[in-house]
Design a protein around this ligand. Structure first.
Ligand code: HEM
Length: 251
């Protein structure tokens, strides 16, 4: 047995020196993942997918303004997609993890390349799009990751109230959301996180559009403004509900 292992370790047909020095060639997919361009494209594409989800989620939440039944019926209908719904959730989780992992890697690479942060940011010609949002992506992203764990515990895996809807017993998610947003700490906490989400989205959208090469120089200022407007719109859209509930306008 020991002899066989030794024989496997030392293959007489191979040049052992070259073997030790040259690792096996990486697959094209792995090379793409490891390259700076690949990482930018992965964060850009996953970021755009997540922005799409966040936008849809924000619009879905606004249904509570139409009444508890409308909100509960919507949540119930989505859950009734069964296997498709679970597949979507799994894909969403994978996209979140990939986005976070590559984002952290990009941050570390930049830090290693420039360990001491610049105190002033200067543009190398043309308008600079360096902003507070762009310099704090790792901070806002980390807060959002922590928020997601708390958020899922609060709502998705929160108290399972039930209610009657069209003769059927369904989950009363509206009741849970209304109960939680009657508490000021929830409203203030969510407000802070949603402002950070707006900041993250503002730079994220802009950066993603640039990475996937959609931005011709001429339309850059327009795209920059649009990214800010969409990010602000999403944050405000989310903020409406907690405050409307807290102030007693919805309930
Ligand atoms: C006022 C703001 C928000 C409210 C009222 C809200 C409400 C909810 C509720 C009630 C659920 C449970 C849905 C269900 O179990 O069927 C949920 C799930 C979820 N929320 Fe939010 N949400 C808000 C903001 C956000 C934000 C800012 C994000 C992302 C950054 C987010 C990401 C998610 C995710 C990933 C899920 C799980 C979706 C799934 O499993 O299908 N939510 N949210």
């Amino acid at each position: 047995m020991t002899n066989t292992l030794k024989a496997l370790e030392k293959d007489p047909n191979k040049d052992s020196e070259t073997d030790a020095e040259t690792p096996p060639p990486a697959s094209p997919l792995l090379r793409f993942y490891r390259s700076s361009l690949g990482k930018k494209l992965i964060t850009g594409a996953t970021g755009l997918a997540l922005a799409g989800f966040v936008l849809a989620h924000m619009v879905g939440n606004l249904l509570l303004f139409a009444g508890r039944d409308a909100y509960n019926a919507y949540a119930w209908a989505i859950e009734n997609f069964g296997i498709v719904f679970y597949a979507f959730e799994l894909a969403l989780l994978a996209v979140v993890l990939l986005h976070a992992a590559v984002g952290v890697e990009i941050f570390w690479r930049k830090r290693q390349a420039r360990p001491v942060g610049y105190s002033t940011y200067q543009s190398a010609g043309g308008p600079s799009y360096q902003t507070l949002s762009s310099r704090t992506m790792i901070v806002t992203g980390s807060v959002l990751a922590a928020f997601l764990v708390f958020h899922l515990r609060t709502f998705k895996f929160g108290t399972y109230y039930t209610t009657q809807l069209g003769g059927e017993t369904v989950r009363d998610l509206a009741g849970l959301v209304i109960e939680d947003f009657h508490q000021l700490p929830y409203v203030v906490g969510y407000s802070i996180v949603l402002l950070l989400l707006g900041s993250h989205l503002r730079h994220g959208l802009w950066s993603a559009l640039q990475s996937i090469g959609l931005l011709h120089r001429g339309i850059r200022p327009l795209a920059y403004g649009a990214s800010g407007a969409i990010a602000g719109g999403i944050a405000i859209g989310f903020l409406l509900l907690p405050w409307a509930i807290y102030l007693g306008w919805v309930g």
